[in-house]
Design a protein around this ligand. Sequence first.
Ligand code: PLP
Length: 384
Amino acid sequence: MDLEDKLLMMPGPVPVAPRILRAMSKPMINHRSMEFSKIYDDCRKSLKKIFNTNNDIFVISGSGTAAMEAAIGCTLGKNDSIVAVENGKFGERFKIIASRYGKVIPAEFEWGESIDLDLVEDKLSEGAKAIAMVHNETSTGILNPAEDIGKLAKKYDALFIMDGVTSIGGDEVMVDKWGVDIAVVGSQKCIGAPPGLSMISVSEKAFDLMEGVDSVPYYSDLKAYKKSADKELTQTPYTPAIPLFYGLQESLNIIMEEGMDARINRHRTFAMAVRKAMESMDIEMFPSLNEYSGYSNTVSAMKAPESINGNDLKREMLERGIIIAGGQAHLSGKIFRIGNMGNINANSLLTTLQSLETVLHKHGHITDFGAGIEAASDVLDKVL
Ligand code: PLP
């Protein structure tokens, strides 16, 4: 089976629309030129609409983790402390990054469990400079309460650093309204572009609190990004990944054409279709929700049924040409995940669910075909 015949339904990278691929094949340009400056300005303008912010936005040539490290490394000095909220793999990553720059006050929950806001508040009251949280925890399919964390951060005068790697561009994110000082997203997720770029918004307060921070990373020093972006010809401090900027610009054009409201509605409807299909096939969702959390609208995580290990399920889906994700770290084999990020369409989702039915049927988990597809179609009809 050729690569092109496979359907990428994992939580990033996502399928890249042909017009984005075409945009990336343009000739190289000088990165200190008017042409590049226009592309960067155009991207930053669209990104502000997607992030819902008036804060500065920069594009880093590096994946989402580069932006996570930029956020932490530029704000956290050796003697500063940060509350690191962890209820999945990427919350853990924030904690590990933070431990290299400053002092971590961990707010840890079982992966897949919801965040207890009282516990987070207790940790914040210890007097942290910042709090870091993943909005959409891709590893467990849970949507964490960003707005509530923003309120707590404000109450304790802490910077709010938010990983929006798999929410921004697919789900609602209100950076200014929620009081997010630094928000990050990766190009290969809901934005629908190839991997390799990350975008980061930074508030004035965050810039103020960067003064005097020791051991700031060199490549991802956000003050250098600001200085270059503020030049007459907007630019990046170091040579940017120019073809990826072409691709990003085109993917942002697609987002602007679709409109963020429609895009969010599509992502939410697709995730709902997956959940309804799972319910009808007796497959349990993995996350445990509380009153503040929700199921992710961009990736669904399900418990593997008794009859088949999650990794085998993933492999058998791959044999049918569909790439889904398994569980990470200790969740390997226990869960499986289906992404619905970026520019995928309803047909891709239905094809995925149909193959899943086939695998589940083969392993005796379901006896009849069609319940999953029917449940999903009922939901999808609303946006078709
Ligand atoms: N944060 C979240 C929520 C993610 O889902 C990912 C990647 O899957 C990352 C951070 C890391 O991003 P990258 O792999 O682009 O460095």
